[in-house]
Design a protein around this ligand. Sequence first.
Ligand SMILES: [Zn+2]
Length: 141
Amino acid sequence: MSAEKATLDSSKEVVDCRNKNKVRCQFCNSLMLKPKAAMFIEKQVSEQKYLNFQLTFIAFQFKLPLIHQKNSVDIKDVETEEISEYWVVNDMLTFENIGFSNQVENTKFLTCADCEKGPVGFNIASEKNCYIALSRVKHVE
Ligand SMILES: [Zn+2]
C-alpha cells in the first residue's frame, strides 16, 4: 500500500517513452487511449529523472483549467492548475474516444467523449499534437 496515493508516480506508467496502460476517463471509464498509443513528455528537461528514456523532452508547462461540468461554464473563468506531465498524441485518430470543447483563443480543450467531463488535456490550434494530462486520467492495465 502506498501512502502517497495522491501523487501519481508517472515513471511507473511510462515504458519506452509510451503509456504502459490504457488511459481511461476517471469518471466514466471511457477508453481514451490504448497502451503505447501516446508519447510521454515532461517539462523539466534538465532533470535527471527521465533522461534515461533518451527522448528529447519538450520544455513544457501549461495551465489547465480545473475539471468542471460540461461546457456550462465559461472556460476562461475557471481556475487553472499548472500541469507538467502529458501524454502526447500526434494524430487525433489515435484516440479511441475523445471530445473537443469549443476553441478558446488558440486552444481547444479535450474532454471525455462520453461523460463530457474535463478538460483532460488540450490541443493548440496551430499544431496537430494533443496533450492529455496524466493527472486528469486513469491508468488501467
Ligand atoms: Zn467520461
